[in-house]
Ligand binder design. Structure first.
Ligand code: PAP
Length: 345
């Protein structure tokens, strides 16, 4: 990828000269579980999607009715894709036994803009997005700043989901060794230590963590009609309330009758990790070329980090939260978890 000069480089690169000198070294030297990363417009971009990312940035035209699901990897993307699709299309698929989730992976139901939508696009050979039924649903792992202008200036809506960084890191550590390139890799403490160091420095796909979260959180503070900011832990704790908020935000609130009936519970159940994990398509299929669908479904719990991180490792990640606090952000649900401990499942 021919990298353009980063627009927001405060976290990683201090000066233009440093950037120029460092550019090639960065491309070569930064690896995340064997995958090269490139620092681009304020975030660490996977080399394997860098051209697709540029095509998305250059060509995507948001429409006012679009809904875009944004997240860092391993923060609840697959879950939110299932929920969002099911909420928006609930009238079309009222018979849950015939629901598309049984035969199509959540990632195919809502495509990622920088992975699938602009894949294999060269020159004028662009995807025809005009035939997608409205509202168009898309997803992205990109931070807020480098998003295409039309997403920021149109009335399209963004749903952002974050997850506490300890579980986010542990989830990543389980995912990346399952990629085809890493077949046979056994996750051990050395690998975790090495990647913890990178994670805390922000060097992982779409990181730094703080910049990603704060970018969307600040926008949600400025305009809550534009960006709905959710916590994975909140969805776990109060799924029904969250589904109502989601439905309202995307302009299809549950009616009184639906609220009284079992529609919301059915969607929660259908999209639970237990249910998705059991579906054949998620057990055996391969939507992305780099890994099997089943790699996306592990435990789906809050607090699993305590089974893998030593107190000193956890402390290093916790320090990242100080930077969030300095910016005025703290986790509503995760902090509640820490205070109450066992009330999360
Ligand atoms: P992605 O960004 O690569 O798509 P993403 O779906 O965000 O990944 O994250 C996967 C995590 O979500 C896994 O967490 P874990 O490693 O801690 O278990 C996965 O198990 C979890 N997950 C997947 N589906 C669900 C679901 N329906 N409910 C809750 N968690 C889920």
């Amino acid at each position: 990828m021919a990298a353009s000069k980063p627009t927001d480089t405060k976290s990683q690169v201090q000066s233009e000269d440093e950037f120029k000198q460092g550019e090639i070294a960065l491309q070569k030297d930064q690896l995340w579980f064997g995958y090269p990363l490139h620092f681009y417009q304020g975030f660490w971009c996977l080399n394997m999607i860098s051209d697709i990312t540029i095509s998305f940035q250059t060509n995507f035209q948001a429409q006012d009715t679009d809904v875009i699901l944004a997240s860092l990897p391993k923060t609840g993307t697959t879950w939110l894709k299932s929920l969002l699709f099911s909420i928006v299309n609930r009238k079309k698929y009222s018979d849950v036994s015939q629901h598309p989730l049984h035969s199509i992976t959540p990632h195919e139901l809502i495509d990622h803009l920088e992975f699938e939508v602009y894949k294999n696009c060269h020159g004028n050979d662009l995807p025809d997005l005009t035939k997608i039924p409205l509202p168009r649903l898309f997803a992205t792992h990109m931070p807020y700043l480098p998003l295409p202008e039309s997403i920021k200036t149109s009335k399209c809506r963004i749903i952002y989901v974050c997850r506490n960084p300890l579980d986010n890191f542990v989830s990543s550590c389980h995912f990346w060794p399952k990629l085809d390139l890493n077949k046979g890799m056994k996750l051990d403490v050395n690998i975790m230590e090495e990647h913890l160091d990178k994670y805390c420095k922000g060097i992982f796909p779409f990181g730094p963590y703080e910049d990603h979260l704060l970018g969307y959180w600040k926008e949600s503070m400025k305009n809550s009609n534009k960006v709905l900011f959710l916590e994975y832990e909140g969805l776990k704790k109060e799924p029904k309330d969250h589904l109502k908020r989601l439905a309202e935000f995307v302009g299809c609130p549950f009616s009184k009758e639906e609220e009284k009936g079992n529609v919301i519970d059915e969607i929660i159940e259908l999209c639970s990790i237990k249910s998705l994990k059991e579906m054949e398509i998620n057990k055996r299929g391969k939507y992305y070329e780099w890994f099997e669908n089943k790699a996306l479904f592990r435990k789906g719990e809050v607090g699993d980090w305590s089974n893998y991180l030593t107190p000193s490792m956890a402390k290093r990640i916790e320090e990242m939260q100080e930077r969030l606090k300095e910016a005025g952000f703290s986790f509503t649900y995760y902090n509640h978890l820490k205070a109450k401990d066992s009330s999360f499942g």
